[in-house]
Design a protein around this ligand. Sequence first.
Ligand code: FMN
Length: 177
Amino acid sequence: MKKSKNILLGVSSSAACGKALTLASALVKKGHAVKTVLTPSAARLISPQLFSALTKNDAFSEQFSADGVFREGHIALSEWADIYLIAPATANTIGKLAAGICDNLLLTLAVSRRAPLFIAPAMESMMWKNRNVRENVSRLKKGGIKIIGPVSGRLASGSSGPGRMSEPEDIIKKLAL
Ligand SMILES: Cc1cc2nc3c(=O)[nH]c(=O)nc-3n(C[C@H](O)[C@H](O)[C@H](O)COP(=O)(O)O)c2cc1C
């Protein structure tokens, strides 16, 4: 099996977006190729250009681009990926994944993927404990999607509890890379 993998990193709009940069850098340092796809909301919190600069590779956020930046097409990106990792995964993105909704590029790629999908949720504790979120997570698990974390710890609000995204090194260990 080839050692270096093509990793498609999906980033949704969480306070943990900054940790996705650390994760992307660590994957590249290990010799993997990383392309990033951000939800449009995530691209408002963190610049796709930062991911592009750190990974020396493409970072997309628009499914339909007026300037034609997204030339590759979602099928080509799906075929490129050996692993699809969504980190951080918001409650919203988890819900849409569970329902098979494809209203942004990150979600379209999840539905059109051939690669195994891993998600690392990140949210406040009350969101993580919400009944609908719990149901969506168990639906994803039943569908064979691997859920990494979250862990208990300090959250963006300043409180502590379950919902903190797993640390990048722990995510990489779970991917067995
Ligand atoms: C600064 C900021 C931090 C946020 N952090 C989170 C988070 O950690 N988890 C979460 O589920 N939603 C979080 N949200 C709310 C989501 O951004 C919001 O639900 C959004 O619609 C999710 O869209 P997306 O899943 O397409 O990225 C945050 C919003 C803001 C403005």
